[in-house]
Design a protein around this ligand. Structure first.
Ligand code: CMC
Length: 380
């Protein structure tokens, strides 16, 4: 047995491909999509434009943008059989399980989904992104026992998502907050779910399969599921005075504090910085200052205890407070993350498969080498 093989658990630090889509500078706390800083896109752009940028490499011209928007608005209305599927089958286990199943179901309905043609993969990918707001909103409504709402033709993806979720046209401010959240979560390097999509597409499977794999991987609490857990934890802590003690107890028991730490960022996550300011202003307006102050006190306790190890708030720490203020229950937070990350999954899957090589890493074997004599069942 070769014993000189180095194991890179969790593929930490391993470069698996070259990309022009996005860059995460974990030491400086910088996030770049196609050369644009995340702060610039968050303040000036919208989710449709960012999706176009991630997929196509450049910001769209006015004609390209209007065509992209036209398709988005057309596809946001879910086909009748998808609505029926959600009505009949969703609302039992977790909205992320529902979302994973519905995206997979879309693939079962698309006769092109057996093709690995690059143009078809791109159009399937765009279709899935455009369908996401309708699907996540429909799943939310199903969980609430409410009827599913069709999109309005004059609203973009962020505003329509809020409208289809609540039945009320959002204010300009609500739309801006939602749009920014979608932009901030749209892409983030070779994270676990993006890698999972890339592995799937590298087998020349279709885009529905790649995105279903991405959603499945995002579900876990170490990845996308952290936003839901983070808000639950902030509520459990209850008030700023409890933060120091509860965090001390959690760290003492070697428990992970959700919404903190990152494999790449060893400084403050730039997305968390933007979301924190949204959370601050929203909590002041909605009379939930104590919740925000509790979160800030948790942040302070964490930084004083483990900041030296490079553990700071990540994107998931403050996003839950923002989503809650927009009227979402905790179990919808990760599906919202999936809606926005669908842009990154599609862009990176397309980039990878256009210069494809099957992912096929190896494992270091540390089991018995034998040969062990086989004992028949009746003699065991
Ligand atoms: N709370 C307490 N301790 C932590 C945390 C945390 N959130 N994160 C890391 N540590 C400690 C960990 O206990 C370990 O300590 P020691 O060296 O004493 O054993 C050290 O830091 C290294 O931790 P690790 O888990 O080996 O590091 P990693 O690179 O695998 O961690 C992580 C990345 C995100 C899995 C981890 O920080 C974590 O579990 N965080 C909580 C879950 C979370 O918020 N996830 C969302 C990540 S950001 C959004 C996304 O990309 O999906």
């Amino acid at each position: 047995m070769p014993d000189d093989q180095e194991v890179h658990k969790g593929l930490e630090g391993i470069i698996v491909n070259e990309t022009k889509i996005g860059y995460v500078d974990g030491q400086k706390g910088r996030l770049v999509y196609r050369g644009y800083d995340i702060e610039t896109l968050a303040s000036k752009s919208n989710f449709e434009e960012v999706s176009y940028l991630l997929i196509n490499g450049k910001l769209p011209s006015r004609e390209q943008f209007s065509e992209f928007n036209r398709k988005a608005r057309e596809r946001m209305k879910l086909p009748g059989n998808v609505v029926e599927f959600i009505e009949k089958n969703c609302g039992h286990s977790h909205p992320m399980s529902d979302l994973r199943t519905v995206v997979s179901f879309l693939g079962a309905l698309d006769a092109n989904s057996n093709s690995s043609d690059l143009n078809l993969q791109k159009s399937m990918g765009e279709d899935i992104i455009f369908r996401m707001p309708g699907i996540v909103a429909a799943i939310k409504r199903k969980w609430e026992g409410k009827s599913i709402i069709e999109p309005l033709p004059d609203l973009g993806m962020a505003a329509n998502f809020l409208y289809m979720s609540s039945g009320r046209k959002p204010t300009e401010e609500e739309e801006k907050v939602m749009d920014t959240c979608l932009i901030l979560h749209a892409d983030h390097g070779s994270n676990a779910s993006t890698f999972s999509s890339m592995v799937t597409i590298s087998t020349l499977a279709d885009m529905y399969s790649a995105l279903t794999a991405g959603i499945a991987t995002l579900k876990g609490p170490l990845h996308g599921g952290a936003n839901e857990q983070a808000l639950k934890m902030i509520k459990r802590v209850g008030s700023p005075e409890n933060a120091e003690r509860v965090i001390g107890e959690m760290l003492g028991k070697k428990e992970k504090v959700m919404g903190f730490g990152h494999r790449v960022y060893k400084v403050y996550d730039p997305r968390a910085r933007i979301l924190k300011e949204f959370a601050r202003s929203i909590s002041a307006k909605s009379g939930k200052q104590e919740l925000f102050e509790t979160a800030e006190a948790i942040e302070k306790a964490m930084i004083s205890k483990v900041g030296g190890k490079g553990i700071f708030p990540n994107v998931d720490f403050y996003s839950g407070m923002v989503y809650e203020s927009l009227g979402f229950e905790e179990n919808i937070f990760t599906p919202i993350f999936a809606f926005s990350r669908s842009a990154g999954w599609v862009a990176r899957s397309l980039e990878y498969v256009s210069d494809n090589r099957l992912f096929r890493p190896r494992s270091k074997y540390s089991g018995e080498m034998g040969p062990i004599e086989y004992v028949p069942l009746e003699k065991r």
